[in-house]
Design a protein around this ligand. Structure first.
Ligand SMILES: *Cc1c(COP(=O)(O)O)cnc(C)c1O
Length: 444
């Protein structure tokens, strides 16, 4: 139902724009002129080339750019610390004791959750482990975890170490999803078939919402539904999905999710991560968990008693009092997301990435092709471009010309136009430079 709504939204947006992309530079200029989000670009620091021009920054899927407002948000906390010391916990302009709560509403809106279902805490891989402590509870008959074969290494390490921790072996307890021979992305139907066949042995589905390598956006609602039908827990790593695509975690009935805030969310290197736990699990005392005092009932936390009483909901998984300075940066960024609105952000993103794909196809060359799904519903901002020869050199040549994207072994250049600060002209220039440099890289 909801997935259908999201699908309809994207279709309507594309249609309303009545779009036929055009190859001319004037098309990019015109698109920028009518872009409702264009004004947000100047609210970010755009890295500069040696000659002082704006770089073409297509790496927001790796590290988002700094909102100019971050400095004031962080300085406020520095100042309160300077003048108040410990009193800042209660008397800072934004008191530090409940500081993470200032982010609850925005975070819930961002991922389609109820406030009780989200919290910002720790970092991504740490949260993934905390979630698996509670939600990966293997038995002799149901002990498998499903992950993409091309999952981000940290996720691979995390799930394998959890399997070992419980005395099982990844060789028999890990199912790695791969595309069919000759294909680049994974069919939802194949995942459903797997669950039908082996669902009773699967304890946990743990996929990246958007695969970091291919840019494939998984159909999280369908996968969750098919998994639940077989009694599996469905958890997702949304590192590349949060702030990138529309998420409806509550309605999709996802069990848990984790994400970081430094990619599309622009909260700065290593900033505080996010976590979702479905309301269904909010009050379950039987879930094992690793506890810390920040997850303890707020009314009695400072009585310093020895017995742990968790806060109902995602907050109950917190361990420590959180780092306020990165949370301040996250607030600055989330204020921008709230102001711009995720639906508008996604709508522009569909166009930007579609335009990037269109221009690359107009300049088709045997040396490169995109592996990311063509369907806008099955991808976010990123296009993963397979380069057959001299890909790494090509990526370096792009960097030398102020085009920042990244290289993933063995043959992928990832390019992600971020709708809050990238323009249609960025896309136009990117393709122009990409084509020139590709030609130079393939001359010999
Ligand atoms: C970026 C990313 C990570 C990084 O993990 P950290 O704990 O934040 O260092 C992990 N998993 C995925 C899928 C990622 O995209």
């Amino acid at each position: 139902m909801v997935a259908a709504c999201v699908r309809r939204l994207v279709r309507v947006l594309l249609k309303r724009m009545n779009l036929d992309f055009q190859i001319s530079k004037s098309f990019a200029v015109a698109m920028d002129a009518k872009d409702a989000l264009a004004k947000y670009r100047e609210r970010f620091h755009i890295p500069k080339t040696k000659t002082g021009d704006d770089c073409i920054y297509f790496c927001g899927n790796s590290l988002g750019l700094q909102p100019k407002s971050v400095r004031a948000y962080v300085e406020q906390e520095l100042q309160d610390w300077e003048t108040l010391g410990v009193e800042g916990h209660r008397h800072a302009r934004h008191p530090w004791l409940p500081y993470h709560e200032f982010l609850t509403g925005q975070t819930a809106r961002l991922v389609g959750a109820k406030p009780i279902e989200v919290v910002v805490m720790n970092s991504l891989t740490a949260n993934l482990h905390l979630m698996m402590v509670s939600f990966y509870r293997p038995t002799l008959t149901r002990h498998k975890i499903v992950i993409e074969a091309s999952a981000f290494p940290s996720d691979q390490y995390a799930v394998k170490s959890q399997i070992h921790f419980h005395g099982f072996n990844p060789s028999t307890s890990l199912i790695e999803l791969s595309p069919q021979p000759g294909e680049d992305t994974i069919r939802t139907q194949d995942i459903e078939t797997l669950f039908e066949k082996e669902g009773e042995t699967i304890a946990l589905i743990m996929l990246g919402g958007v695969n970091y390598a291919t840019g494939q956006l998984f159909e999280l609602d369908r996968i969750t539904k098919a998994g639940h039908a077989k009694g599996c827990i469905a958890g997702f790593d949304l590192a590349h999905a949060a702030g990138n695509v529309i998420l409806k975690l509550h309605e999709w009935d996802v069990d848990f999710a984790v994400w970081c805030s430094y990619k599309y969310l622009n909260a700065g290197p290593g900033s505080v991560a996010g976590c979702f736990v479905h309301e269904r699990h909010a009050n379950n005392p039987d879930l094992p968990r690793f506890a810390g005092w920040w997850g303890h009932d707020k009314n009695t936390r400072f009585l310093m008693g020895p017995d742990f009483h968790f806060i109902p909901g995602a907050e109950g998984w917190q361990l420590s009092n959180p780092p306020i300075l990165p949370l301040a940066a996250l607030r600055a960024s989330m204020d921008i997301f709230d102001e711009a609105g995720m639906e508008k952000i996604r709508a522009k993103s569909v166009l930007l990435t579609g335009y990037l794909e269109f221009l690359l196809e107009q300049h088709r060359h045997e040396n490169f092709s995109a592996v990311t799904p063509r369907d806008p519903l099955q991808r976010g901002a990123q296009l993963s471009i397979r380069v057959r020869r001299n890909g790494r050199a090509l990526c370096e040549r792009l960097a030398a010309r102020g085009v920042i994207c990244d290289w993933r072994e063995p043959d992928i250049i990832r390019a992600a136009p971020a709708p809050l600060y990238n323009s249609f002209m960025d896309v136009y220039r990117f393709v122009e430079i990409f084509i020139e440099e590709n030609r130079l890289c393939t001359l010999v």
